[in-house]
Design a protein around this ligand. Structure first.
Ligand SMILES: Nc1ncnc2c1ncn2[C@@H]1O[C@H](COP(=O)(O)OP(=O)(O)OP(=O)(O)O)[C@@H](O)[C@H]1O
Ligand SMILES: [Mg+2]
Length: 181
C-alpha cells in the first residue's frame, strides 16, 4: 500500500482495484450515516479493512478535518493505544496535567473527523475503551429532523459467514460534526 497524497487523510491507498461489494458498501454507508460508530466484523481475510477503507474514502468529503486510519496491529496490549491515536492525529502529549485520552477527546470535540480503527481484535477491551471515550463526543448529535438522537451504534458483518469467536473487527468511528438541524 502507498500513502495517499490527498489533503487531510492518511488512508492507505490499496494497490489493487476494489472489486464488488456494492451491496455491503451501500449498507455500510447507510449505517454510518445514522450511527456515529460502525463496527465491521467477520473472519480474517474477508475484506473488512478493504471495505472500511473504501467506505472512508467515499465519505471523506463530509469530514473537513480529515479521515484518519489508526492501525493497532503493532500493539500487543492497550498500554500505548492512546499514543497511537494521538500520533496519528498529531495531538501532542499534554504532560502530567491531563491524560492523553482527554487531550485526544478535546482535540476531536472541536473537529469534524472520521477515524478508522483497524485491528482492534486483540485489544478488545481497550478498543471498547476507545469507543466508550468517543461516546460523550457523539452524544449531542442532532438528527436530520432536528431532534436529539441517542448515540448510534451499529455493527454488521461484511461476509456471509456467521460471525463466531474468531471474528476480527474494524471500527469506523466518526467524531461529531455539525448536522443540519
Ligand atoms: N472488495 C475487494 N476488492 C479487491 N480486493 C479485496 C477486496 N476485499 C478484500 N480484498 C483483498 O483481500 C485481502 C484481504 O482483505 P482485508 O485485508 O481487507 O481482510 P480483513 O478482513 O481486513 O482481514 P484481517 O481480519 O486479517 O484483518 C487483501 O489483499 C485485500 O486487498
Ligand atoms: Mg483487516
Amino acid at each position: 500500500m502507498m500513502s495517499s497524497p490527498a489533503a487531510v487523510t492518511n488512508l492507505p491507498v490499496p494497490l489493487t482495484r476494489f472489486v464488488g461489494r456494492e451491496a455491503e458498501l451501500a449498507r455500510a454507508s447507510a449505517l454510518l450515516a445514522e450511527a456515529r460508530l460502525l463496527t465491521l466484523t467477520g473472519p480474517g481475510g474477508t475484506g473488512k479493512t478493504r471495505l472500511a477503507l473504501r467506505l472512508a474514502s467515499s465519505v471523506a468529503e463530509g469530514f473537513a478535518d480529515g479521515v484518519w486510519f489508526v492501525d493497532f496491529s503493532t500493539l500487543s496490549g492497550g498500554e500505548f493505544l492512546w499514543d497511537t491515536v494521538a500520533v496519528t492525529l498529531g495531538v501532542k502529549d499534554p504532560g502530567s496535567s491531563t491524560t492523553l485520552a482527554e487531550s485526544v477527546g478535546r482535540y476531536l470535540a472541536k473537529r469534524q473527523a472520521l477515524l478508522v480503527l483497524d485491528n482492534c481484535e486483540h485489544l478488545v477491551e481497550s478498543a471498547a475503551e476507545v469507543a466508550a471515550a468517543f461516546c460523550p463526543l457523539l452524544r449531542s448529535r442532532r438528527t436530520r429532523r432536528g431532534s436529539t438522537s441517542t448515540i448510534g451504534w451499529s455493527a454488521f458483518s461484511p461476509s456471509t459467514t456467521t460471525c463466531g469467536r474468531r471474528c476480527t473487527g474494524v471500527d469506523v468511528a466518526p467524531t461529531p460534526r455539525s448536522w443540519p438541524g
